[in-house]
Design a protein around this ligand. Structure first.
Ligand code: SAM
Length: 281
């Protein structure tokens, strides 16, 4: 990208600052080729000569208001998969859930789980499958899963709950049969949709982790906050973790990605496994 200097830095510098302030996502200078690649379609859509010209227009506010939302959708990295870092789901099934059921009054148990950077929903629906399986095995409890993300495009995908069958490779085959519907329609070949029973209990909505408050219940039993802190700087990470702590029920669990365990430092949270933390006060 050719750089155009201004009193406040190049358009690319100012763009990277803007993305950081809006989303927390750090884009070091080495990410400029990635930015160019991801925004190429927008440059063409606006018939502009290059990324630099596009960014200048974006920063001047000369493009439609919606453009920034589209850019955020394109800049976020949404990599995810069903049963990713699967030991977390084993821990949910074998430790968190049985303990919660033991503590709850008979027939009153309800588990609230939040997938706090849900991407296209594979994490939220994995949690849902694990909890539905526990119910099938005879455990009586109610449950709900909330999935949130900053990207509207990816949330639309999550809400549709439609996945390529190739994405189900990491789902055990009995669960793939039980919790997904497959269509005979050739237009939907190689697509699968989560069954209505799970979709009813999994809600998705937009939430920016950089916001100072989150419109989410404050008695969440388990928060999955995985593979998103890696994009934030130390201050933003600390702010997000502090706010997450406030949304956990006493004794609630915060689960982070395997690359992120070292970043969780919060007075009210104790580390009980490398990537699993618990609210103690
Ligand atoms: C790599 S995915 C992780 C998905 C899932 N948690 C997992 O581990 O498979 C990171 C997600 O974080 C979201 N994200 C990035 N910045 C965010 C922010 N400020 N607020 C909410 N979500 C954000 C991205 O849109 C993306 O979907």
């Amino acid at each position: 990208m050719q750089t155009v200097g201004t009193s406040q830095g190049t358009a690319s510098d100012r763009f990277r600052d803007l993305i950081r302030s809006l989303t927390g996502i750090n884009l070091p200078p080495g990410k400029v080729p990635m930015i160019e690649q991801r925004l190429r379609r927008r440059v063409l859509a606006h018939e502009l000569p290059d990324t630099e010209a596009y960014l200048r227009k974006l920063l001047e506010g000369a493009l439609k208001e919606d453009e920034l939302r589209i850019v955020i959708d394109l800049i976020t990295t949404n990599t995810t998969s069903f049963f990713r870092e699967s030991d977390h789901f084993t821990y949910l099934r074998d430790h968190i859930l049985p303990e919660h059921l033991t503590k709850s009054a008979p027939n009153r148990a309800r588990l609230k789980v939040w997938s706090a950077a849900s991407s296209e929903g594979a994490e939220a629906f994995t949690i849902a499958m694990v909890l539905a399986e526990a119910q099938r095995s005879g455990r009586a409890f109610d449950w709900a899963v909330l999935g949130t993300d900053i990207s509207i495009r990816i949330l639309e995908k999550a809400q549709s709950a439609v996945y390529d069958v190739d994405q189900l490779q990491t789902v055990p085959s009995d669960l793939a049969r039980r919790y997904f519907l497959y269509s005979d329609d050739p237009a939907l070949a190689r697509k699968a949709r989560v069954i209505p029973d799970l979709r009813r209990r999994v809600q998705f909505r937009r939430l920016n982790l950089m916001d100072k408050t989150y419109p989410v219940d404050r008695d969440v039993n388990v928060i999955f906050l995985r593979n998103v802190l890696i994009y934030f700087d130390a201050n933003d990470k600390a702010g997000v973790i502090k706010r997450m702590h406030e949304h956990l029920s006493p004794g609630g669990y915060l689960i982070v990605g395997h690359a992120e365990s070292m970043v969780v430092r919060c007075e009210g949270l104790v580390q009980i496994r490398p990537t699993i933390f618990r609210r103690v006060n």
